[in-house]
Design a protein around this ligand. Sequence first.
Ligand code: AMP
Length: 283
Amino acid sequence: MKVFHTVSGLRDDLVRDRIQGLRIGFVPTMGNLHEGHLALLKQAKKTNDIVVCSIFVNALQFSLNEDWDKYPRTYQSDSEKLRDAGCDYLFHPDDTEMYPNGLDTQSRVICPTMTDVLCGASRPGHFEGVTTVVSKLFNIVQPDEAVFGIKDYQQLAVIRRMVEDLCLPIQISSAPIHRETDGLAMSSRNRYITDDERPLVTVLKDSLDWIAEQIRDGNKEFSELENMAAERVSEAGFKVDYITCSNSKTLDLAAYDDEDITVLGAMFTQAARLIDNVSLVKD
Ligand code: AMP
């Protein structure tokens, strides 16, 4: 595995690869890698000749009261995991390499409407930071395909929309949610869950699964289902951010005749905000 810290270094190698006709796959991450991230890499390896992974904790997508400074940075073990999993190129830029003109005057990519709801409602500016950094990374790597996890469903939907709107010649692929044995979606932020909370946090997934089951059985009283699921999460001791049935593509509130619905949820533990989702149509 080759490691690059600069845009120009990575580009030099990728230019040579492209001249040889090699297909480039890309997996962007913020590091602190777990099996879920490595599954994205393994998926990308199946359909590409060269796979690039990036590790960059993007300050632009964190608001001031969020955990950018304490987000776990575990570069050494991450790079070993990537090497063992067969990553070809690791791109690990620092803040100056990614934002040489500083954050305040950085040009932005904005994907409106879809980013104001769900996680965007409680994390203003978050998705603008995501679409901006992902656009930059896409321009640096110029991949044929990029793989994103369904775990961050809204992020995936927003990036698909950005790629469509801006005519970016990149195939966006999705990878299933990797879970712990009890169903908790793997996440770098799970480390903030206390021992007391840990057996209870699966209530989020269980509640989303329950809604999905109800919809499959023909119950389309979405807001009633959302309220009942939220009550269950509250009774387990967690503050609900949202539990919403959405159109899987637009993220608008699900309509009665929508065929492709995703149920999304977010809740707060004492020190973490956990997200999960369940789609009713397999992709
Ligand atoms: P992160 O570094 O956590 O921001 O995530 C980098 C990529 O890994 C994103 O595409 C995430 O959706 C994906 N990812 C994170 N956790 C999981 C998981 N448990 N299962 C599948 N993909 C995941």
